[in-house]
Design a binder for this molecule. Structure first.
Ligand code: ADP
Ligand code: MG
Length: 517
């Protein structure tokens, strides 16, 4: 442990120190114009700079959201010019190696705190999964996977020799369901499971074992029992927080007359770790980069001080998305604005800087300000651009993948999808640069979390990290940017850390855990 922390410090070069000092001086001069730090270190917005209502309504640059809120902070320059705008954005969104190193060390200490006490920011929830698979497990199982954007019902066949076969059906959870009653949500799940079983010709006359992947912060009390601590990722259903989610689903299944027994309650990170370990026993860490972000890893029971002492190992669901340290995380005014308007302000700050649900929104907030400052689209935005969460993270992927000279696909996203009246090639270059900055920052922050976990468990010699989620899978260069950051943080040792794409881990893992339970 100590050895690797020292090593992290050791790789900071003189050049990085100079760069950091310059960066901090710039930040101090204009990065946080509308914040002040309280005595407790919490960054608070200064209210006078904001209008009362921040909800966008109109469709012109003059009276829409672009005219309403945080101004793009710029270095004092008499004449507005392109490079200075981009330079300002770079200053706020580029995370230096030394900054990343600080985050790593602080996250390690937060992981330790979470293992020590309940109710810490990073919850470090023991999963009750104490066995890892050895590839010989066999059988037929059902799995349910609620991630955040998608909900899947899976039929998983463990074939032994590390082989898994799976068929699944995917359903979308509507906004209405996400914000309605808990009972309706669980009834909907039961209905989907019923129709899936029927389509698969499964005999629900005899009891079918099922693993339930439920990717929200849950305090587990047994392998198949756990109460929801808080909703995230836009869910706010009534009557679920504080309740046993297995009970709720089991009740809905019973109402539908389905003879299915929920054997295990699983977080997607834990499922992903288990599924990958079925074929690669060096898998000690898993990460989700999808709607939200989270990580799980293998911990010695003896290190979980809040549990007293014990033997063996258990998988910990870190819930790292709720890493919230505002004095350490490189928060910008756009991050603060996104947070204030979210359904869970002051929570899941790390997640809001990294995951698929939020990256597009950060980009949108920046674009809206650039339009307001007259730096983009001749000052003309659009209704769509002014609407929160209408700039999907998947558009960032399209834009970053666009290497045509005229940035033709970027034009299509901006004009055809986002309804911007007209974009010049220069405009599109700026937009692409914003996507690059926000996407790269996310990848680097995620890598810092991985470096912190590898450091925490002292696996710098060999460790596979199984990564699942559409953001990691589809965002161009995301993995490479993470690897770059890991090399900056860990030096040559980073070569020992394998980042591997895990697909369908959350469903397969749930079945595996049900099998082992
Ligand atoms: P879940 O979190 O429900 O398990 P996913 O892993 O599919 O689901 O993640 C969904 C998230 O991934 C959404 O927030 C979406 O914006 C983002 N996403 C989907 N496709 C892409 C893409 N091509 N590029 C970047 N992000 C994407
Ligand atoms: Mg998922």
């Amino acid at each position: 442990m100590r050895k690797s922390e020292t090593f992290l410090f050791g790789v900071t070069t003189g050049i990085a120190v100079v760069a950091t000092v310059q960066y901090l001086v710039q930040l101090a001069s204009y990065a946080f114009p509308q914040q002040k730090t309280t005595s407790s270190g919490i960054i608070k917005p200064v209210p006078v700079r904001f209008k009362q209502s921040e909800e966008p309504v109109a469709d012109t640059a003059a009276n829409s959201e672009v005219g309403s809120s945080v101004t793009l902070s710029r270095p004092p320059s008499p004449k507005s010019s392109l490079p200075s705008v981009l330079e300002t954005l770079d200053n706020q969104l580029v995370v230096s190696s030394s900054k990343l190193q600080k985050i790593v060390l602080h996250m390690v200490s937060e992981f330790k705190k979470g293992l020590m006490n309940d109710n810490e920011n990073i919850a470090m929830l023991p999963s009750f999964v104490v066995n890892r698979p050895n590839g010989t497990e066999v059988g037929d199982y059902l799995a349910l996977d609620l991630g955040g954007s998608n909900f899947r019902v899976c039929r998983v066949t463990l074939e032994g020799f590390g082989n898994i076969r799976m068929t699944h059906a995917k359903y979308t959870v509507s906004n209405e369901l996400k914000t309605g009653s808990g009972e309706k949500l669980f009834d909907f799940f039961a209905e989907c499971i019923g129709s899936f079983c029927k389509n698969q010709g499964l005999d629900t006359g005899k009891s079918i074992p099922m693993g339930f992947t439920f990717s929200f912060p849950v305090e587990q009390t047994a392998i198949n029992k756990g109460t929801l601590m808080t909703w995230s990722k836009g869910f706010i259903c009534d009557g679920v927080v504080g309740q046993d989610v297995v009970d709720l689903l089991q009740r809905s299944l019973k109402k539908k007359g389905l003879n299915i027994e929920i054997k295990a309650l699983v977080n997607d990170t834990v499922g992903t770790l288990m599924a990958h370990a079925y074929s690669d026993p060096q898998t000690y860490i898993s990460v989700i980069l999808g709607t939200g972000t989270n990580a799980a890893y293998v911990e010695k029971v003896d290190n979980i001080r809040k549990w007293g002492t014990g033997n063996g190992e258990v998988i910990i669901n870190t819930e790292w998305g709720n890493y919230n340290e505002a004095t350490i995380l490189p928060l910008t005014p756009w991050d603060l604005k996104l947070d204030r308007r979210s359904s869970n302000p002051k929570h899941q700050i790390y997640e809001k800087m990294i995951s698929g649900m939020y990256l597009g929104e950060i980009v949108r907030l920046i674009l809206v300000e650039l339009v307001k400052a007259g730096e983009l689209f001749n000052g003309m935005g659009s209704q769509t651009l002014s609407t929160p969460y209408r700039f999907d993270t998947a558009y960032m992927s399209r834009i970053e993948r666009d290497h045509s000279l005229s940035l033709a696909d970027t034009k299509q996203v901006l004009e055809d999808v986002m309804g911007v009246p007209k974009s010049s090639v220069e405009d599109r270059r700026i937009v692409r640069h914003v996507c690059e900055l926000v996407g790269t920052r996310a990848a680097r922050l995620a890598a810092a979390g991985i470096a912190a976990l590898v450091t925490k468990i002292n696996r710098l010699d060999a460790c596979t990290v199984a990564i699942d989620g559409s953001l990691y899978e589809h965002y161009p260069h995301f993995g490479n940017r993470m690897r770059d950051a890991l090399r900056e943080l860990l030096g040559i040792t980073a070569e020992n850390i394998l980042l591997e794409q895990a697909r369908d881990g959350s469903g397969q893992g749930a079945a595996l855990i049900a099998a082992l339970a």
